[in-house]
Design a protein around this ligand. Structure first.
Ligand SMILES: NC(=O)c1ccc[n+]([C@@H]2O[C@H](COP(=O)([O-])OP(=O)(O)OC[C@H]3O[C@@H](n4cnc5c(N)ncnc54)[C@H](OP(=O)(O)O)[C@@H]3O)[C@@H](O)[C@H]2O)c1
Length: 258
């Protein structure tokens, strides 16, 4: 039975990832930090095919303990945090910058590091990693530079790791899934703003927001060697064909001054 560890498993995308992997017969390690009740609910969906792992992923001691003795073929590094308060770079506090990098970038790095350590120790020949990026890492996001930079950094981590993972593990692969706005609690504030939703949909031929299932199915595809065994170093955008951002409203533009 294939075994996957999913981080941030009690969040909006995380719980759908758990359900999707369980539906496909995988053993699922459920990493959680704050929401024990939800972690237990998820574990009870498939008794004997789940395990629970409590950890703050910004702390290396806790990440190392989580991987100690754990034999997973796949890591889905999904945990992350978006500061919903909008803030320009000139006012962004160092504290927020560091906190965002801790939750998004440092956590993914630490999980990847200890996952690879285990693969090396057990001489594994096949493994896969899926990182959760964001369209913000690809297109940027004004007033959320901490978040977009922390997600863009994951792409650099992935591109380096793809050349290392295949040395550790003959068929080792790492890829990324980058959703645009997804219907989860993380997007609560955005979802309460119809004008922002409108601006977002203007950039997407498919004219709808992402559902957690869209992300989970893409992650399963990239995780499973039977489906994507020759794909590595790829950033799969799950964004309905998003082309970028709407930057100006018509009243901010003056066609006569161009
Ligand atoms: N929703 C969107 O619109 C969207 C769009 C693009 C990308 N994404 C990315 O998709 C991933 C999942 O997002 P989501 O919408 O499911 O968000 P969510 O509902 O807020 O869930 C995020 C999860 O990550 C966990 N987490 C954050 N920092 C952690 C840390 N240092 N240690 C342990 N756990 C930590 C949270 O645990 P706690 O409950 O303990 O805080 C929570 O379970 C994130 O990486 C996010 O950046 C989301």
């Amino acid at each position: 039975m294939r075994r996957v560890l999913i981080t941030g498993a009690t969040g909006g995308i995380g719980r759908t990832l758990v359900e999707e992997f369980l539906d496909r017969g995988w053993f699922v390690g459920i990493q959680w930090r704050g929401d024990e009740a939800e972690a237990r609910r998820l574990a009870a969906l498939a008794p004997g095919r789940t395990s629970l792992h409590r950890a703050d992923l910004s702390l290396e001691t806790e990440v190392a303990a989580m991987f100690n003795g754990a034999a997973f073929h796949t890591l889905v590094a999904n945990a992350g945090k978006y500061e919903s308060r909008s803030c320009g770079i000139h006012e962004l506090s160092l504290e927020q910058w560091d906190r965002t990098f801790q939750n998004n970038t440092r956590s993914a790095f630490l999980c990847l590091k200890h996952f690879l350590k285990v693969q090396q120790q057990c001489g594994s020949s096949e493994c896969s990693v899926v990182l959760l990026g964001s369209t913000a890492g690809e297109f940027g996001e004004a007033l959320h530079a901490d978040y977009s930079a922390s997600k863009a950094a994951l792409k650099g981590l992935m591109l380096s790791a793809k050349n290392e993972i295949a040395r550790i593990c003959r068929s080792g692969r790492i890829n990324m899934v980058s959703p645009s706005w997804t219907l989860t609690p993380m997007a609560r504030e955005f979802l309460s703003n119809p004008a922002a939703i409108g601006r977002s949909l203007q950039t997407k031929p498919l004219r709808r927001l992402v559902r957690p299932e869209d992300v989970a199915k893409a992650a399963v595809f990239l995780a499973d060697p039977a489906l994507s065994g020759h794909i590595t170093g790829h950033n799969l955008m799950v964004s309905g064909g998003m082309e970028g951002r709407v930057l100006w409203s018509p009243e901010e533009l003056d066609a006569s001054s161009v």
